[in-house]
Design a protein around this ligand. Structure first.
Ligand code: ADP
Ligand code: MG
Length: 477
């Protein structure tokens, strides 16, 4: 399961036998942190956590390679928290991430893991938000900064961020940061950090660029690599031959036949995304498009709706989907075949995450058989083709998503917490908790997923009622 590489002479063997479950209790973590992990439902360590935490909690630099969804965030957050002195008001940890979405996800996970500790402040600094909006937050002080290399560097150059008290540096998704051209920015950021620090590097793959980055910036790093258990056999690939006239309609046929709860559909162009969403909409299938023209706020809203099950199909171009980290995708549909075999592999690899099974459907016209042949060659084994005619609607009813999202104007800036909203909805307004889904509190907005059949009532109740003693404005997305 884990193996140490020749360059890591002291790499400890994994404390748990492969497959065995290891308890967090074995780790040198204080009782309040143990209790918090229990409350979060983290009962046993994931393999990457079991292999890396004994090393990182002992202060070692670490290179860890494991696939998405394997629990890497907690693997670096626990050592980072142990290195931190909450009474010292200075930035002590920095986590570099490739995209804003990932930075937001990491920040949320850090906040959950840090909540047992008093007053640890975590701040996200990414592009897409005016710099001046971040200055006030920075002036308030933060212990942990999570952000993208470009924006972090920007703050360092403006001297609005000071890393002189830094003791932990994390490079999360290092391979993707390099893919996105952040190598130089990362080097410049690290040049501003103290040399005496713990450096933790996480990556899903281990290309040469990552190893040279490790050699440059790390001190005798230990290496932990988890073999890809994400076997190709878990992802069932099916190819369907279509004419151009059939293509968009065929997506509806696939969805009606297989009924995946969540699907990412890839198109080669923005226009194709728009056309597909229109076709699916007309069939009562909740679909939203994600493309480069959306501003950050719209993009966030689309992702919130997809994650909270208010939308079951996300239609995206490759560029827009880059850096997206969505767990539990049941299906990927290649609405158009990509000319690049590697892109195909990336697309397909997004399903079947977290050791689940996944479907990958590809629609190909005769004109696309050239690229399909190249993809097949790279894949190594021949693809299986299925006739469109086998697709018959399974069951009745529409494919509408089970939830709807209500946006409350007001978020962290107004000190709204998920518990306040849940309390208002269940205690004050009398809605059953079981009908309320995910609640996302962003900086300026709160998004509440509720079962579709009560959405209109919830909206009325929120607009007439109060949250945390204050009237709020709400709307359905
Ligand atoms: P990665 O960064 O490797 O893609 P994440 O850190 O985002 O993975 O973790 C994936 C999911 O697993 C998150 O929802 C996280 O809360 C959850 N998780 C992580 N560690 C554990 C654990 N030990 N027990 C249960 N859930 C966990
Ligand atoms: Mg991660």
């Amino acid at each position: 399961m884990t193996r140490s590489t020749p360059s890591s002479p002291t790499a400890a063997a994994s404390p748990s036998a492969p497959g065995a479950s290891a308890s967090f209790a074995a780790l040198p973590l204080p009782p309040h942190m143990q209790a918090n992990l229990q409350q979060l439902g983290y009962l046993t360590m994931t393999p990457i956590q079991a292999a890396s935490l004994p090393l990182t909690l002992a202060g070692k630099d670490l290179i860890a390679q494991a696939k998405t969804g394997s629990g890497k965030t907690a693997a670096f957050t626990l050592p980072l928290l142990m290195n931190l002195n909450p009474r010292r008001f200075a930035v002590q940890a920095l986590v570099l991430c490739p995209t804003r979405e990932l930075a937001d996800q990491v920040t949320q996970e850090i906040r959950r893991l840090a909540r047992a500790e008093d007053n640890i402040k975590t701040l996200t600094l990414c592009g897409g938000v005016p710099v001046r909006n971040q200055l006030a937050s920075l002036a308030h002080g933060a212990h942990i900064i999570v952000g993208t290399p470009g924006r972090i560097l920007d703050h360092l150059q403006r001297e609005t961020l000071d890393l002189s008290a830094l003791n932990t540096l994390v490079l999360d998704e290092a391979d993707r940061m390099l893919d996105m051209g952040f190598a130089e920015d990362i080097a410049q950021v690290i040049a501003c950090a103290p040399k005496a620090r713990q450096t933790l590097l996480f990556s899903a793959t281990y290309p040469d660029g990552v190893s040279s980055m490790a050699a440059r910036f790390m001190r005798e790093p230990q290496e932990v690599r988890l073999k890809e258990v994400h076997a190709a056999t878990k992802i069932r690939q099916r190819f369907y031959e279509v004419t151009e006239a059939e293509r968009l309609h065929a997506v509806g046929l696939l969805l009606n036949h297989f009924r995946p709860a969540s699907t990412l559909a890839f198109c080669n162009t923005k226009q194709q995304c728009r056309d597909l969403v229109a076709v699916l909409d007309a069939q009562g299938i909740s679909a939203l498009e994600l493309h480069g023209d959306l501003d950050q706020r719209d993009r966030d809203q689309v992702l919130v709706q997809f994650a909270n099950r208010s939308c079951s199909v996300l239609v995206a171009t490759d560029v827009a989907a880059r850096g997206l980290d969505i767990a539990q995708l049941e299906a990927v549909i290649n609405v158009d075949i990509t000319p690049d075999a590697e892109v195909h592999t990336h697309r397909v690899g997004r399903t079947g995450r977290a050791d689940g099974e996944g479907w990958a459907f590809s629609l190909a016209s005769l004109d696309e058989m050239g690229p399909v042949g190249r993809i097949e060659h790279a894949h190594g084994t021949p693809f299986t083709w299925y006739p469109l005619a086998e697709l018959t609607p399974a069951g009745s009813g529409t494919l509408q998503a089970p939830m709807a999202t209500i946006q409350i104007l007001g978020g962290r800036k107004e000190k709204i917490r998920a518990g306040d909203v849940l309390g208002a909805l269940t205690k004050d307004m009398g809605f059953p908790g079981a009908k309320i889904g995910k609640i996302n509190v962003n900086e300026f907005s709160t998004y509440v997923a509720v079962e579709r059949d009560i959405a209109a009532q919830v909206l009325r109740a929120l607009n007439a009622g109060k949250v945390k003693g204050k009237s709020v404005k709400a709307r359905t997305l």
